[in-house]
Design a protein around this ligand. Structure first.
Ligand SMILES: Cc1cc2nc3c(=O)[nH]c(=O)nc-3n(C[C@H](O)[C@H](O)[C@H](O)COP(=O)(O)O)c2cc1C
Length: 193
């Protein structure tokens, strides 16, 4: 896919075809993509746990909250719509510093773009019960949990819509069941000097 089209369509997806597993080639690219991301001082404080085991994926799904802007009935994926893979993003406490959050954002961006290049949609999830995640994945105290990222083949579209200044920015689901994501116009966010 052409780069700008890839960037525009790599949105948050929240309903997936649970029967369609992500092939190894796509997973290989996703994990390789984080290795290519820049990070402050090249410290590489991030670690990842790739979860593809169906039982573990379901356990993690149960401790995640989706689409806080929508009623749960609409935003939470239903049975058959769950993601088929999670990646837990962890920060090594011995290496993390003030810019580790930026490092995580760049790495997650690379991974979700690499996924989308294979048609695999994703949802970054900060709203995960981190204590429960530690138990499920046996994560030691040497790591801080940053977030989890859910992956799967989406069964809906997600469309960017330019918002007029003052317009509500909450995403919503349209009559076709697709997500609509209002975005501020360039002239409302960027100044050229
Ligand atoms: C740091 C971060 C945390 C997020 N956490 C959640 C979350 O816990 N649950 C969820 O459903 N979506 C979550 N999202 C997805 C956002 O709601 C989504 O990015 C936003 O609505 C814009 O949609 P877009 O990604 O399609 O541009 C998160 C996104 C980011 C960047």
């Amino acid at each position: 896919m052409e780069l700008m089209e890839l960037l525009k369509t790599r949105r948050t997806y929240r309903r997936f075809d649970q029967t369609k597993k992500i092939p190894d080639e796509a997973v290989d690219d996703i994990v390789r993509a984080q290795q290519y991301a820049s990070c402050g001082n090249n410290r590489q404080p991030l670690h990842y746990i790739v979860v593809r085991d169906e039982v573990l994926v379901e356990e993690i799904f149960k401790i995640t909250k989706w689409a806080a802007s929508l009623p749960a009935k609409q935003g939470q994926p239903k049975d058959g719509e769950h993601p088929t893979m999670f990646i837990a993003v962890l920060e090594d406490n011995a290496l993390k510093n003030a810019v580790t959050g930026v490092d995580a954002g760049l790495a997650i961006s690379n991974m979700t773009l690499a996924a989308w290049n294979h048609g695999v949609g994703s949802c970054i999830i900060a709203n995960v019960n981190k204590d429960e995640l530690r138990k499920i994945l046996d994560i030691g105290d040497e790591y801080t949990v940053n977030c989890v990222v859910a992956f799967g083949y989406p069964t809906h579209k997600s469309i960017i819509k330019e918002a007029d200044s003052g317009e509500k920015l909450s995403y919503y689901i349209n009559e076709d069941g697709d997500y609509v994501v209002p975005r501020k116009k360039i002239e409302d966010t960027v100044v050229f000097r």
